[in-house]
Design a protein around this ligand. Structure first.
Ligand SMILES: Cc1ncc(COP(=O)(O)O)c(C=O)c1O
Length: 288
């Protein structure tokens, strides 16, 4: 039986109910967060919660819980996980239940939903395909909004094209990010990724990888990347909490570099996998 948290209660997933007038349902009026858990240890929980708070504040939804209360929920749900297999903690906060009117009442009580979801064990180390697409999303991509229709459409299109893992998005001639990932490129021995302005989500995996790369000789530049630079890159990587650091070996059906995972990716992958648990909190240690 999978236990989930909904508005103060812990209950089986199939008993969790929200109103059809919840603004998450009628307007997509809410934000979310996904926190990876490896072998029971929660990766970068503070960074994820800080990003959740930033998303909430950007859309003027009040943060309904204290930091320690969020941690209490995570501990309780993880305690109920049947195994210590890798999983992610999914958090969704909507503006709450109200009349279906665009203009909302400031007194609404946010709806809070949290569940654990297994991370599918997939091996991407031999490389994946990706497509490119115009960035058809809105302009506030730093907000992790539940309104994900462009991402849903782009991921479906990618999967239908050569089984691609993601769509790499271009806005006005510049790389922004993947539909559900951040993007790095390698030119020679130089690693680059776009800076985290409003065009991209400040990925926690991205930030951690940039930090780790800056501690080793290869380094990482946070800088605008043109579409042409993307297409001519020797290596392209995708990053996210659930996939880690993944090499792209075909872009729009065209080989990237030598059409195999590059040697800088191998360094970055090893570095990330070796160090990530240093940024994780082991089971039972979140509180106190
Ligand atoms: C649009 C977008 N960019 C980047 C990321 C990667 O973020 P993180 O590394 O925090 O998972 C995601 C993750 O879902 C995403 O949806």
């Amino acid at each position: 039986m999978q236990l989930v948290y909904l508005n103060g209660d812990y209950l089986p997933l199939d008993q969790a109910r929200v109103s059809v007038l919840d603004r998450g349902f009628t307007f997509g009026d809410g934000v979310y967060e996904v926190i990876p858990v490896f072998g029971g240890s929660i990766l970068c929980p503070d960074e994820h919660l800080r990003r959740l708070y930033n998303s909430l504040s950007a859309v003027a939804i009040r943060n309904p819980l204290k930091h320690s209360e969020w941690y209490g929920i995570f501990e309780r749900l993880l305690d109920h996980q049947p195994t210590r297999n890798d999983c992610s903690i999914y958090i969704q906060v909507t503006r709450g239940v109200g009349e279906r009117e665009h203009l909302y009442n400031d007194t609404l009580v946010p709806t809070v939903f949290v569940m654990c979801k297994p991370i599918q064990a997939r091996d991407f180390t031999s490389g994946v395909s990706a497509i490119t697409h115009e960035d058809i999303r809105w302009k506030y991509c730093h907000i992790k909004a539940i309104t994900l229709l462009p991402g849903v459409m782009l991921k479906k299109l990618a999967a239908a094209t050569d089984g691609s893992l993601d769509a790499i998005l271009i806005r006005q001639g510049y790389l922004s990010e993947g539909a559900s990932s951040n993007v790095f490129i390698v030119q020679g021995r130089t690693v680059k990724t776009p800076a985290t302005d409003g065009r991209v989500l400040a990925g926690i995996t991205r930030d951690l990888l940039v930090r780790l790369l800056q501690e080793v000789p290869v380094g990482c530049e946070e800088t605008p990347i043109t579409e042409q630079e993307l297409r001519q890159a020797d290596e392209i990587w995708l990053t996210s909490s659930t996939i880690g650091v993944v090499p792209v070996i075909r872009l729009d059906g065209i080989p990237v570099g030598e059409a195999k995972p590059g040697c800088i990716w191998q360094e970055a992958f090893r570095l990330y996998e070796a160090r990530k648990l240093n940024f994780a909190i082991p089971p039972g240690r979140l509180i106190g």
